[in-house]
Design a protein around this ligand. Structure first.
Ligand SMILES: NC(=O)c1ccc[n+]([C@@H]2O[C@H](COP(=O)([O-])OP(=O)(O)OC[C@H]3O[C@@H](n4cnc5c(N)ncnc54)[C@H](OP(=O)(O)O)[C@@H]3O)[C@@H](O)[C@H]2O)c1
Length: 386
């Protein structure tokens, strides 16, 4: 903005018509300054791109073809709304349960051709809500869009609200993995539900994924012997060489059943299951009492008709196993303490954040479909903007 002194200098030297232009310029910039102080910098180009589901995927593999990128012009903010610029998005397996078109999931089905909603990190560009100041970085459930107007309509009760991000969290995307809901799921799943003890053997399926990789590292901190199951030799090597797993096996190997019996003749003491399906069924038949199955998820079944979650419980009966499911929401009041512990482990290098970052909003469909093909090592993340 031109300063008053600069305008006085100009006034002495320039002809009258030009001086009028200068005064108009100062007035315009002053007005804009006052307004931007109130609601933030005006975003003149309000065109945004967003991801929609264009058909439900029930009983079939999820692929890029189930999604489209569309665009729209955002309306001016209503009272209470904020304009968000998306920085990073979290493709998560639970989103698959909202893509079958069958109302049997704990969250409602996504509507077709409207923006998807999921966990993300965003910057506030404009605000008509005093709780969310302009320039703040926030995290929570937001639209899968480059920009969106966030308001009450985007609030999904079981996903929580939009929260200001602790500026000490660097990089910001950590709030979507170790210091976010997957880190909390791993923390409570490992320490409050599985409770591995020194000398016990814990087998983890989906071990090279977001939750599995963190659970394994926590179980090692607790002194357990940790064996991971993952979908490639390269993933197994990372688990052993970088994360300190005692061993890791490629579950696609034809000799897996024999390898598991050799390693654990009476099965693991704890089986932390992220995968379900045939793999879990085989592991459970090998387990002998007293042993416990911790049911975190069944991703290998989500493409089945009706969204999966089919498990033959005969081994639980026949082998006298204990079986326990959980969600981190059960432990919500302890989130701050858990996050402080996870942050300490990250800082001290006791927990390493494994991540696969896909760059560019146009790759959003690939980041979602890729999660169910095993494209990720550690947490799958979509980087949208800096
Ligand atoms: N209990 C809860 O509250 C809670 C919260 C969040 C997530 N979850 C569940 O926890 C599990 C892991 O979630 P995450 O966010 O950490 O995802 P993730 O493990 O980071 O990513 C998914 C991984 O699953 C594996 N996978 C995909 N399809 C598979 C198949 N057909 N058979 C075997 N493995 C398959 C792939 O690894 P490979 O290459 O190794 O196959 C893939 O990388 C999921 O089942 C999810 O639904 C539960």
């Amino acid at each position: 903005m031109p300063s008053p002194q600069k305008c006085r200098d100009v006034a002495r030297t320039v002809p009258l018509p030009l001086l009028r232009v200068c005064i108009v310029a100062v007035a315009h910039e002053t007005l804009q300054f006052l307004l931007t102080n109130h609601v933030g910098a005006f975003v003149t180009n309000r065109t945004t791109r967003f991801v929609v589901l264009n058909s439900y995927a029930n009983g079939t593999a999820l692929s890029e073809s189930h999604f489209s990128l569309e665009s729209k012009i955002l309306a001016p903010l209503a009272e209470g709304e904020v304009l968000l610029q998306t920085l990073a998005l979290s493709p998560d397996p639970y989103m698959r349960g909202r893509m079958t078109g069958v109302e049997n999931f704990f969250l409602p089905q996504f509507e077709l051709r409207v923006p998807l909603v999921g966990f993300g990190v965003a910057r506030i560009l404009e605000s008509r809500n005093p709780a969310y100041p302009v320039g703040q970085i926030v995290h929570g459930s937001i639209e899968w869009a480059q920009m969106c107007n966030w308001g009450a309509n985007l609030y999904v009760a079981s996903l929580g609200s939009l929260e200001l991000l602790d500026p000490q969290i660097k990089p910001l995307r950590r709030a979507l993995d170790v210091l976010g809901i997957t880190g909390l799921t791993a923390y409570f799943g490992a320490l409050e539900v599985a409770r591995p003890r020194r000398g016990e053997t814990m087998l983890i399926s989906g071990a090279a994924g977001s939750i599995g990789s963190i659970v394994g590292q926590i179980a090692k901190i607790r002194g357990a012997r940790v064996i991971g199951l993952a979908g490639s030799d390269q993933k197994c090597a990372v688990l052993k060489e970088q994360l300190g797993f005692d061993t890791a096996l490629n579950y696609r190997s034809a000799s897996l059943e024999r390898q598991l019996r050799e390693l654990m003749p009476t099965g693991p003491d704890i089986y932390f299951d992220n995968v379900g399906g045939a793999l879990t069924q085989m592991v459970m038949w090998q387990m002998q009492r007293p042993a416990r199955v911790i049911e975190c998820g069944q991703i290998s079944t989500y493409d089945q008709d009706g969204g999966g979650w089919t498990l033959d419980i005969r081994p639980i009966h026949g082998q006298g196993l204990s079986w326990e499911g959980f969600t981190p929401v059960q432990f919500q009041e302890f989130f701050p303490a858990a996050l402080a512990q996870l942050r300490f482990w990250l800082r001290s290098g006791k927990v390493i954040a494994l991540e696969t970052v896909i760059d560019g909003f146009e790759n959003a469909p690939r980041s979602l479909a890729g999660l169910f093909r095993g494209d990720n090592l550690g947490k799958m993340l979509l980087h949208v903007a800096d």
